[in-house]
Design a protein around this ligand. Structure first.
Ligand SMILES: [Zn+2]
Length: 154
């Protein structure tokens, strides 16, 4: 029994570190600022991110976008202007949201989580406000991650 347990633990550790290594090998496809959040995404969802994520969105009303080309190529563009003004929780929420579209094929989910005034999902159509990022995302992160996992069957 003891032996079985240690094999299992080993496997978990191996898969964690291989996710991290893969990301380090992705050269410049993922801009530096986004990497900690992408690593966190990979860890939470056990899903390897392969698409480019870069600054280059100049639409004033948009924080980020997941582009899907006709040939299947995908990339995420983030507004540098918006990014500069975001809190760390908002940054993670934005990267997770766009990866939810581009990597997990999720659409938007509108609505309210219980009676908290918090958005129902990270896939809410609007970026969490600074207050929501702190009072909702930070506080109920386990719920938000779980909600996405249920949505993708992970
Ligand atoms: Zn969206």
């Amino acid at each position: 029994m003891k032996m079985l347990l240690s094999v299992f633990a080993c496997l978990l550790l191996t898969s964690c570190s291989s996710f991290r290594n893969e990301l380090n090998n992705t050269d410049e496809r993922i801009e530096k600022e986004f990497r900690p959040h992408v690593i966190e995404f990979q860890r939470e969802f056990r899903h390897l991110v392969r698409l480019p994520i870069r600054f280059g969105l100049n639409e004033p009303s948009l924080a980020g976008v997941c582009l899907v080309m006709e040939d299947g190529f995908r990339e995420i563009l983030i507004s540098k202007e918006v990014w500069k003004g975001l809190s760390p929780d908002q940054k993670e929420e934005l990267v997770f949201h766009e990866l939810g579209h581009c990597e997990l094929n999720l659409g938007h989910i509108d609505g309210q989580y219980m009676n908290t005034g918090c958005p129902l999902s990270l896939m809410a159509p609007r970026l969490f406000s600074k207050h929501q990022a702190l009072a909702c995302y930070n506080r109920y992160k386990e719920y938000y991650v779980g909600q996405i996992k249920v949505g993708t069957g992970k």
